[in-house]
Design a protein around this ligand. Structure first.
Ligand code: NI
Ligand code: MN
Length: 226
């Protein structure tokens, strides 16, 4: 399984010959200006919730590639009404087997509205079981006790967690999350994109080291094998 980071909370997982793009927000992110959106391809686009900083480029990429949008019912229906051809609606607590692996949609404590202000359903996170690995992408969320269920049932190999604070968990809460989900390897996202979510990245990494955990902070455009 390969992961490529595209800035903010956007990343691609490549597994079993399929490309899964999560929460695309590239064109409007000045830090990701060097990413060529026109050349990005995807088989699936997974959206954690309806906020603009997670869905901004979803329609463009879905229309060009024919990718299937996976999100909650309200988010996918909104995109369907805009003309997106292929969608798959899920909701919290459900799982579905796709041709690349299994997706579980899990709870997130946040909010969700679409870019035009319409109702965006409940925000969520995803657990992807594919290629012999379990990946937890938390989406935008507070720390919450349901994360213990992920530790009981899924034990992710790697967790992709927001660490920017203000709108989501910060670094300290992400460390508590690691204990709840029983995973010590984290890719940090949703930080340093805007002034309210600027963090001291050296200090963040130190806090992880003190607890014998690993915080991976990827360059925008960088890929890694998981
Ligand atoms: Ni959000
Ligand atoms: Mn966000």
């Amino acid at each position: 399984m390969k992961v490529t980071f595209y800035g903010h909370a956007c990343f691609m997982l490549e597994v079993n010959g399929k490309k899964l793009l999560f929460d695309p927000f590239i064109r409007m992110n000045p830090l990701a200006a060097h990413i060529d959106v026109d050349s990005l391809t995807a088989d699936y686009i997974l959206l954690s919730h309806g906020h603009g900083d997670h869905v901004a480029d979803a329609k463009e990429i879905a229309d060009r590639t024919g990718a299937t949008l996976i999100s909650n019912h309200e988010v996918v229906t909104w995109f369907q009404n805009l003309g997106v051809a292929n969608v798959w609606g899920m909701n919290i607590g459900g799982k579905m087997k796709f041709d690349f692996g299994t997706v579980h949609m899990v709870n997130a404590i946040h909010s969700s509205s679409m870019p035009d202000g319409s109702y965006g359903g409940n925000p969520g996170g995803f657990i992807i079981e594919a290629g012999g690995k379990v990946v937890y992408y938390a989406g935008d969320t507070a720390l919450h006790k349901d994360m213990e269920l992920i530790g009981l049932h899924h034990r992710p190999d790697i967790a992709i967690l927001p660490i920017g604070d203000n709108y989501t968990m910060g670094v300290e809460d992400s460390l508590l999350c690691c204990n709840m989900i029983r995973c010590n390897k984290v890719i940090g996202v949703h930080y340093n994109t805007f002034p309210p979510i600027e963090i001291d990245t050296d200090n963040a990494k130190r806090q992880y080291e003190i607890e014998n955990k690993e915080l991976i902070l990827m360059e925008i455009g960088e890929s890694k094998d998981l």
